[in-house]
Design a binder for this molecule. Structure first.
Ligand SMILES: [Zn+2]
Length: 222
C-alpha cells in the first residue's frame, strides 16, 4: 500500500482503539496507551462443583470491554482477535501455565457461524495456541437451540446449556489435559457443560481461559 493509499484508507476507515474506540494515528498499536495501562492483573480462581478445575480471564467484562466485545462478535470486527490474543495468552501463561496436551474452544452453532463468517471463540483459541505453542483442535459441536426471549438466571442458564454440546472426535481428547477457551465467563454454566462432555469423552482434566469475566462470575468463583 502506498502512503497516499494508506492516508486515504485512514480517512475512510480511521484507526481506533479496540477497547475504548478512541481515534489513533495510523502507526499506533490498536490498544491505546490508556487502555493498555488499565489492563488488570489476570483474574483467576478455582471452581468447586463444576467440571473444570481452574479458570483465568484477562479482562473485566465491563464498560469499554463490553462495547468492544459487541463490535467483535456482532459488528464484524474479527481482527480484534489479534489484539485480544496477547492479553489472553499472558493471562494463561501467568496463572495456568502451558502444560496442556490440547487447546480447544466453546463453539457457536454452525448456522450462526455461517451467518457471522467466523467463530469468535475459535479466533481467540487460534491466537492463544500460536502464542503459547499449544496444539489447537476443534472438538466440540454446538446444537441449535431456540433463541431465548429473556435474560436467564443462573439455574435457567444451567438447564438451558444441558446437552448443548457434543465431542465429534473423542480420540483427540482422550487422556489429555485440556485448556478450554471461551470469550466471556458469566455464570460458568456454558464452560462447565462443555467441560463435562470433554471429560465424558476421555479428557484427563479441563481448565478454562476466557478473555473476560463478569464481576458477578468472579464473586461466585469460590
Ligand atoms: Zn483505548
Amino acid at each position: 500500500m502506498s502512503r497516499t493509499e494508506a492516508a486515504l484508507r485512514g480517512l475512510i476507515f480511521p484507526r481506533k482503539c479496540v477497547l475504548c474506540h478512541c481515534l489513533l494515528e495510523p502507526q499506533e498499536p490498536r490498544l491505546c496507551p490508556r487502555c493498555a495501562a488499565a489492563v488488570p492483573e489476570p483474574i483467576s480462581g478455582a471452581r468447586r462443583g463444576s467440571y473444570y478445575q481452574r479458570w483465568v480471564s484477562a479482562l473485566w467484562y465491563v464498560d469499554a470491554v463490553r462495547s468492544s466485545f459487541g463490535r467483535y462478535k456482532f459488528g464484524g470486527c474479527s481482527f480484534y482477535a489479534r489484539e485480544y490474543g496477547p492479553l489472553l495468552a499472558k493471562a494463561i501463561e501467568t496463572r495456568l501455565g502451558t502444560d496442556y496436551g490440547l487447546l480447544t474452544f466453546v463453539p457457536i452453532n454452525g448456522l450462526r457461524r455461517r451467518r457471522r463468517g467466523y467463530d469468535q471463540g475459535q479466533l481467540l483459541a487460534e491466537q492463544a495456541a500460536a502464542r503459547l505453542g499449544l496444539q489447537l483442535c476443534s472438538t466440540l459441536k454446538k446444537r441449535r437451540r431456540k433463541p431465548q426471549s429473556k435474560a436467564l438466571n443462573a439455574a435457567e442458564r444451567r438447564k438451558n446449556v444441558q446437552n448443548a454440546f457434543w465431542v465429534w472426535n473423542p480420540a483427540a481428547v482422550q487422556g489429555k489435559r485440556v485448556l478450554l477457551i471461551d470469550d466471556v465467563l458469566t455464570t460458568g454454566a456454558t464452560v462447565s457443560e462443555a467441560a463435562r462432555v470433554l471429560l465424558a469423552a476421555g479428557a484427563k482434566s479441563v481448565d478454562v481461559a476466557t478473555l473476560a469475566v463478569t464481576p458477578m462470575a468472579e464473586r461466585r468463583a469460590d
